[in-house]
Design a protein around this ligand. Structure first.
Ligand code: MFK
Length: 635
């Protein structure tokens, strides 16, 4: 009975296949037997009989026998022509550069063969919170996976923070470090998050002075020895919200007789909460218990996360772990600070200005992760396009599919060059080589690049998932996780609008000097490419957009703050698009540039580069707009 029903099912399947393909070109990949689909498996006698009979066999399990090849992750360093080209162009011709390239190559191999699996394990084994021990004592253990712990050790060994502080690479330390993180990020199981904050904390400590009580912490944050390596948190967000830190921070710091403090408050959103230490903001209480409200009442504190002899966290209770859309690999918690011992690192009232160094670093890390997510989905999509056949040919042979991937490639290249530009400037600043123009550019571009690449990442990764068809929507392919994790990139470390306002603020505080530096630098990049005829349309487009932007800035200077505020997001986008255009052109004008570099620059520059000028001409920032926007939303 069982045999006959199996035969029956094969016949039905075979006949339905004949019906299906009648009059339609046969696919290149035929439905294969289940056993044949498993490479190396031997065919059964029955399979041979069916093949001899010319049938279209389904397996006994009636699931058919065709299995789509999955995309394969190859060495992300070797797969990335732009990364390699960028490094070849910019790194000096010396042995340390060779060492950088070989390290990136070896690391890329490790990412593909070893690290990607660990990252996946982190996704499959998210952290959990154990509040109590079996005997009812409060322990607040954040239990993380073995893979997460392994990634901490590996991050130390690979110097993923340390390289940024390694003086032997001079102004290229940051480009080297961020290139490595760029390769690592999509496979890191979100370990890039604690690394970002660790790097940011090291930077803050460096800026306030590497001396006790944070000397030891600095050495641990930048250590390559797993047993010494520490990660840091950045506990800023409280219940009243993450953006308006000045108003929203309620945590108080009670001075102790020995000069230290005890912190009391509630941190609503603390990421990578298994950290060894943290930097956080609080209001110092005076003798009467009063505090200063607003940003000017905030000071920066350093605290270690440790346990007492009773096994309980000192001065901390973990309220709960967050249930997030993505980044589930990483513990994010709500914390009650109940007398947490801490040291003040900043002058009283200089908390926001002091933690700003950390924000700069974490925003750059965010941008690196955004470009990396785009690159990863594209690498997988283009590999898949060489394996998947539809409508009689491989996806790579469908021009419309290639057009879609090429557009993703252009976005990814622009994002990558923007990110590397900020890393280059950071390296110059930290090694004492930065000109005033570099310093202004770094201040302006950090929020611009963060906000723009965060948005690009969501769009490109989403498009990337679509390029896998339904499989892109299936959890255990690992693809949806890339989209979920990308969604946070435009939210944390400053949302798009908050960063757009930061752009306005830094322009105002520098009396326009950051914009002056911007205009100067873009013009110099265009001048460098002016002799390359193939790039002429792109140069013309960027020069035209730049001139429109200059006109807008002049006009905006005479307008009310509310006018500027309405224009802030479009202004930031315009700054990003024009600058990216100039960088693509600059890269394509390099003597070893490829025709693809030119093509990417030309394609990028076809879009509306100066969005803010186009919108301004249409009256989008006029005084009546705000009320119309509101009435449209609340209709
Ligand atoms: C994959 C890697 C990802 C990374 C993982 C990280 C995970 C962590 C998750 C989080 O913690 S998310 C929460 C992060 N929170 C934010 O990003 C806060 C967003 N809000 C802002 O950025 C607001 O603009 C800000 C809190 C800074 C506004 O505060 P204020 O007090 O209104 O700022 P104000 O008065 O403009 O500036 C105070 C001082 O700071 C000024 O210095 P001076 O007093 O010396 O003039 C500013 O110049 C300085 N400052 C502010 N923003 C700065 C800055 N300096 C440099 N760069 C900046 N961006």
């Amino acid at each position: 009975m069982a045999v006959s029903s199996a035969i029956l099912s094969r016949r039905v399947a075979g006949s339905s296949c004949c019906r299906l393909w009648c009059g339609v070109p046969r696919p290149l990949i035929h439905i294969r037997s289940a056993s044949a689909a498993e490479s190396g498996a031997r065919k059964s006698d029955e399979d041979h009989q069916w093949e001899a009979a010319g049938s279209m066999p389904f397996s006994r399990a009636r699931v058919g026998s065709f299995f789509q090849d999955q995309p394969v992750l190859k060495n992300p360093f070797l797969e990335d022509a732009l990364l390699r080209g960028y490094l070849k162009r910019h790194l000096p011709q010396e042995s340390s550069s060779q060492a950088i390239l070989s390290d990136l190559n070896a690391f890329g191999e490790r990412v593909a063969k070893e690290i990607d699996i660990l990252g996946r394990e982190c996704e499959l084994n998210p952290p959990r919170l154990v509040h109590f021990d079996p005997w009812g004592r409060r322990v607040d253990h954040i239990v993380t996976s073995a893979a997460w712990k392994r990634l901490k050790d590996l991050s130390a060994q690979e110097g993923l923070v340390a390289i940024g502080y390694d003086k032997s690479f001079r102004e290229w330390s940051r480009v080297y470090q961020m290139s490595k993180l760029y390769i690592f990020s999509p496979s890191s199981g979100l370990y890039t998050c604690p690394l970002a904050m660790t790097d940011g904390a090291a930077k803050v400590i460096q800026s306030v002075g590497v001396s006790p009580p944070v000397e030891e912490a600095f050495s641990r944050l930048t250590s390559r020895q797993p047993e010494r390596f520490w990660t840091s948190g950045q506990w800023m967000t409280e219940r009243q919200g993450g953006s308006d830190v000045g108003t929203g921070t309620e945590t108080v710091a009670v001075p102790q007789t020995d000069g230290s403090y005890r912190l009391h408050g509630f941190k609503w959103f603390t990421s990578a909460t298994d950290a060894d230490m943290t930097l956080t903001l609080a209001r110092v209480q005076d003798r009467s218990g009063a505090t200063t409200m607003g940003s000017r009442g905030l000071s920066l504190f350093y605290a270690e996360v440790s346990r007492g002899e009773d096994g309980r966290l000192r001065g901390i209770e973990v309220q709960r772990l967050k249930d997030k859309l993505g980044t589930r690999q990483m513990p994010t918690a709500e914390l009650l600070l109940d007398g947490l011992p801490a040291y003040r690192l900043s002058e009283e009232g200089r908390g926001v200005a002091s933690i700003a160094n950390m924000l700069t670093i974490t925003r750059i890390h965010n941008s690196v992760s955004a470009a990396a997510a785009m690159r990863r989905v594209l690498q997988l999509a283009r590999d898949y396009a060489t394996r998947r056949t539809a409508f009689g040919k491989l996806l790579k042979d469908h021009p419309l599919h290639m057009q879609t991937l090429a557009r993703m490639e252009v976005e990814t290249r622009a994002a990558f060059l923007l990110v590397m530009e900020v890393c280059r400037l950071l390296g110059r600043e930290e090694s004492g080589l930065a000109t005033q123009l570099d310093v202004h550019l770094l201040r302006l571009l950090t929020p611009v690049v963060k906000l723009y690449t965060g948005k690009q990442a969501v769009t490109v990764v989403s498009e990337g998932l679509e390029s896998f068809g339904g499989q892109g929507y299936i959890e255990d392919t690992g693809l949806p996780g890339i989209l979920r994790d990308a969604q946070v990139l435009s939210i944390w470390e400053g949302t798009t609008n908050v960063l757009s306002l930061d752009v306005l603020r830094c322009a105002a505080r520098s009396s326009g000097m950051v914009l002056h530096a911007y205009f100067e630098h873009v013009k110099s990049l265009l001048t460098g490419a002016s002799g390359v005829s193939s790039l002429a349309p792109a140069v013309k487009a960027v020069a035209g957009a730049l001139s429109e932007l200059e006109q807008f800035v002049q006009l905006a200077a005479s307008r009310s703050p509310s006018y500027l505020e309405l224009a802030a997001r479009d202004l930031a986008y315009s700054l990003a698009r024009i600058y990216a255009g100039a960088l693509l052109i600059d890269h394509a004008s390099w003597k070893e540039a490829t025709p693809q570099d030119t093509y990417a620059a030309l394609r990028w520059c076809e879009q509306d580069l100066c969005l803010v000028a186009s919108k301004q001409k249409r009256g989008c920032y006029d005084s009546s707009t705000s009320s119309q926007d509101a009435s449209l939303v609340y209709i």
